[in-house]
Design a protein around this ligand. Structure first.
Ligand code: SAJ
Length: 428
């Protein structure tokens, strides 16, 4: 069976989503050009260095020579154009489609008759048809679904996950037309080992991704609320969750923490909340979950202030070591990180936060863990990096730290309590 001829593919946006996808498509025999607006990112990739902390990407870049460019006119030679740009939110949590709009405006002059445009960026249901489609039609002068195809195949990247990657994570895809859907499904089936589930409409594909992450956000809010209640009831929520997990069906554990960060979970629900509002519906439940999760950094600082006060200390004027800046373990990504809110709240209460994150040294104010802890009245574990999980009570005591707030419930609580250190977890 002759190897199916690869397509010519342009991947727009070479971040956590686009770069692994471009490398995979190239490895699977497609002729790929990666396009990004950031010349520094292009230079880094050309030098064989991942522009963000990812050992797997660095390994692949050493083996795969990827054709990358800042020139959007390269799109004219591509049968498939895949948009993988960020879809963040503004400070007020309103969706920020600016990067997506700019990407559409950049490719539109160069797409050809027959081009398949695929949006991977997470958007609210309806965005491909109401935002992307009009830009592409207006600038290209062509008709979507007739002259070119438009599809949505949402990314499901999971930074730092050794098991699930772009090569094996199942996908869903939706398109304006059956022909567009068939081409989209065929392309992804040619590069991934996971399932590719065709959806009936492009809107359904958009909705699938949004509900996946909204599901996670509301479940985290559920356990965060339990944690704040159990702190008062003297119940250890981690033990209770271990107990609930013995139920072999219909229970999926999530875990309380000092907050919900990242570019997906705390962001995606706002896209659905805003789209609901635009259509006269208030997502009260989703909004409440966001409010609960957004309250966790302040809740963490309140726990600290109470613990210090019990020991006769006050927070104002105290040096506090904030350990971890990244939004989740063992990566360097700080987007929407709860650590940043914790630092803001400490400063608002006139404390003196000192930060250390081994994955984000250039943004840490201390050069080492020792420097962060020395002279600190207390420490907050804000990210459960593997370097922090095995820290012992003696290690903190050696540096004079007497209060530890375990924002990710990742320390050996009983050892800390037995050592005489004032230990506070989130719900334990
Ligand atoms: N978090 C909690 N409690 C939990 C789980 C997470 O507080 O039970 C916090 C984390 O500390 C972090 C934030 O939520 O600050 C997000 O954590 P995450 O594990 O969801 O990590 P992300 O943001 O990388 O989410 C990605 C998502 N993948 C995609 O959107 C394609 C998400 O859908 C995955 O479920 C998630 O990875 C995963 O399972 O790891």
């Amino acid at each position: 069976m002759p190897k199916q001829k690869g397509s010519t593919v342009a991947v727009i946006g070479l971040g956590y989503v686009g770069l692994p996808l471009a490398l995979l498509a190239a490895r699977k025999g497609h002729e790929v050009v990666g396009i990004d607006i950031d010349p520094k990112k292009i230079a880094s990739i050309n030098a064989g260095v991942s522009p963000f902390f990812d050992e797997e990407i660095t390994k692949q870049l050493a083996k795969t020579r990827l054709d990358v460019d800042t020139d959007f006119s390269r799109v004219k030679d591509s049968e498939i154009v895949i948009i993988c740009v960020p879809t963040p939110v503004h400070e007020d949590h309103s969706p920020d489609l600016e990067p997506l709009i700019r990407a559409c405006e950049s490719i539109a002059p160069h797409i050809q008759k027959g081009t398949l445009v695929i949006v991977e960026s997470t958007v609210n249901p309806g965005a491909c048809e109401s935002v992307v489609l009009p830009i592409l039609e207006r600038i290209s002068g062509m008709k979507a679904g007739v002259d070119f195809e438009l599809s949505h195949c949402p990314e499901r990247v999971n930074p730092g996950d050794p098991k699930w990657g772009v090569h094996n994570i199942n996908r869903v895809a939706g398109s304006l037309t059956k022909a567009g859907l068939d081409r989209t499904v065929a392309f992804y089936r040619s590069i991934i080992s996971g399932k590719v589930q065709p959806m009936k409409t492009i809107k359904e594909a958009e909705a699938v991704k949004i509900i996946e992450n909204t599901f996670r956000d509301v479940n985290i809010a559920f356990v965060n609320e339990l944690a704040m209640s159990f702190d008062r009831l003297g119940i250890d929520i981690l033990s209770v969750l271990e107990g609930a997990k013995t139920k072999p069906f219909a229970f999926l554990a999530h875990y309380p923490s000092c907050g919900v960060g990242g570019h997906c979970i705390p962001v995606d629900p706002y896209y659905l909340i805003e789209e609901g509002k635009r259509n006269g519906f208030n997502h009260d439940f989703l909004s409440l979950a966001r409010k609960i999760n957004n309250s966790m950094p302040v809740y963490t600082v309140e726990l600290l202030e109470r613990a210090l006060r019990e020991g006769g200390h006050i927070l104002s004027g105290s040096k506090i070591a904030v350990l971890g800046l990244a939004y989740k373990a063992d990566i360097d990504d700080m987007r929407e990180s709860p650590s940043l809110r914790i630092i803001e709240e400490l400063e608002r209460r006139k404390a003196e936060p000192v930060t250390f994150d081994p994955y984000v040294r250039n943004r840490s104010t201390a050069r080492s863990l020792t420097q962060a802890l020395t002279g600190a009245a207390a420490a907050i574990i804000a990210t459960n990096h593997k370097e922090f999980k095995q820290l012992t009570p003696d290690y903190f005591k050696k540096h004079g730290v007497t209060v530890v707030v375990d924002g990710k419930n990742c320390l050996a609580k009983d050892d800390f309590i037995a050592s005489g250190i004032v230990y506070r977890g989130i719900g334990r």
